[in-house]
Design a protein around this ligand. Structure first.
Ligand SMILES: Cc1cc2nc3c(=O)[nH]c(=O)nc-3n(C[C@H](O)[C@H](O)[C@H](O)COP(=O)(O)O)c2cc1C
Length: 340
């Protein structure tokens, strides 16, 4: 197996490297994923996911999955994530996602949002390992081995005592990988995390496990892997603050500003949002931003976040970007994309 050539790291899973970009609703749409994937070699960023696609009681249409998958294809796989409780609708949606080109179907058992809980989906299912197993099994059966089906859980609903049972339920359902976000639903996104819960999931199953939860800087990725024995590590908010977190590349302020400008341009190029909304989306990343010393203090962070005028925001980014050495490009920045 050769990670550098983008070959799978673990048999049966399409990921080309051990570090994965987390699904994040409202953020990891095709536009954001593309600008992040373009920064990396397949060995550094091994795959990504769509934000969750909520399945209520009717199967989703192929065109909806195509929209979530986007037009570009990469050496790294982008899995479609489904969230729901309605078995028939989920099974049919999983098949449709495969028809739309998904190389992997992931199932969400972690969303803490009220809407998910009201529909007994997402983290609501963490109270019932049997239901988790059932959802996984119908999707695995439905896709008939065409693609792997994986599951993403939290460590529990209001406590983590049942993490082993949840991990075993995912395995019993036939999943090809378990991702565990080590916070419980009750813990939402609290800063403290307990990675031993990931280790417990690793020890409870023979599945490849993907650990998740506050892997914030590049060094945390290997640290989590060593501490817990997980095969993969998924990064959420750390990647919103530093899109280079997967390679550990240190960038200049100018390079960081160029990334944020490229993101604005890419959003506008979709034709769906104008300059104001595009600048606002890019600006939202300043809530987490750590790369390139663009944000040296919390006051500076606030000063970026307070900017209301998109033209001024873009101008401020341009000023930083053009303070660059124009020749600074590296192999890591070469896009790994192939157009289909
Ligand atoms: C804005 C936002 C949206 C999210 N949307 C999803 C989602 O669609 N599906 C999912 O499984 N998890 C979702 N999550 C959870 C992340 O995938 C991840 O599990 C969580 O942020 C913990 O990882 P981190 O500590 O590296 O951020 C979301 C998190 C954030 C911050």
């Amino acid at each position: 197996m050769n990670e550098a050539l983008g070959e799978p790291l673990v048999a049966g899973l399409p990921f080309t490297g051990p570090w994965l970009l987390a699904p994040m609703e409202g953020v990891t749409d095709p536009t954001f994923r593309d600008v992040v994937l373009a920064l990396h070699r397949p060995a550094d960023l091994g795959g990504a996911f769509t934000e969750f696609v909520r399945v209520v009681d009717r199967p989703k249409l192929e065109r909806e999955f195509r929209k979530h998958l986007g037009e570009r294809r990469w050496a790294m796989p982008v899995g479609v994530q489904l969230m729901g409780r309605h078995l028939d609708a989920l099974a049919a949606s999983a098949c449709t996602a495969v028809q739309a080109g998904a190389p992997l179907v992931d199932l969400n058992f972690g969303c803490p949002a009220k809407g998910a809980l009201a529909g007994c989906a997402g983290s609501a299912l963490l109270k019932e390992p049997r239901a988790v197993e059932e959802v996984v099994r119908v999707c695995v059966d439905a896709v008939r081995g065409a693609v792997p089906v994986t599951a993403k859980i939290r460590a529990g609903f209001d406590h983590a005592r049942g993490v082993e049972d949840l991990a075993r339920a995912v395995e019993a359902g036939g999943a090809a990988m378990l991702t565990i976000h080590c916070r419980t639903k009750q813990e939402l996104y609290q800063p403290e995390v307990d990675w031993t819960r990931i280790e417990r999931a690793v020890n409870a199953t023979s599945l490849p496990v993907c650990g998740n939860g506050s892997a914030l800087v590049h060094g945390d990725l290997e640290r989590m892997r060593r501490a817990t024995g997980c095969r993969f590590v998924m990064v959420g908010r750390g990647a919103l603050g530093d899109p280079w977190v997967f390679s550990g590349k240190q960038v200049t302020p100018a390079r960081a500003a160029r990334f944020l400008l490229a993101y604005v341009d890419a959003i506008i190029a979709t034709g769906r949002l104008g300059e104001h909304a595009a600048a606002s989306r890019s600006k939202q990343l300043f809530r987490y931003w750590t790369a390139g010393e663009l944000v040296k203090s919390e006051d500076e962070r606030r000063s970026w976040l307070r900017m209301q005028d998109p033209v001024e925001f873009i101008e401020r980014l341009r000023t930083v970007a053009t303070a660059a050495n124009p020749s600074e490009r590296s192999l890591h920045e070469r896009p790994a994309a192939v157009r289909t």
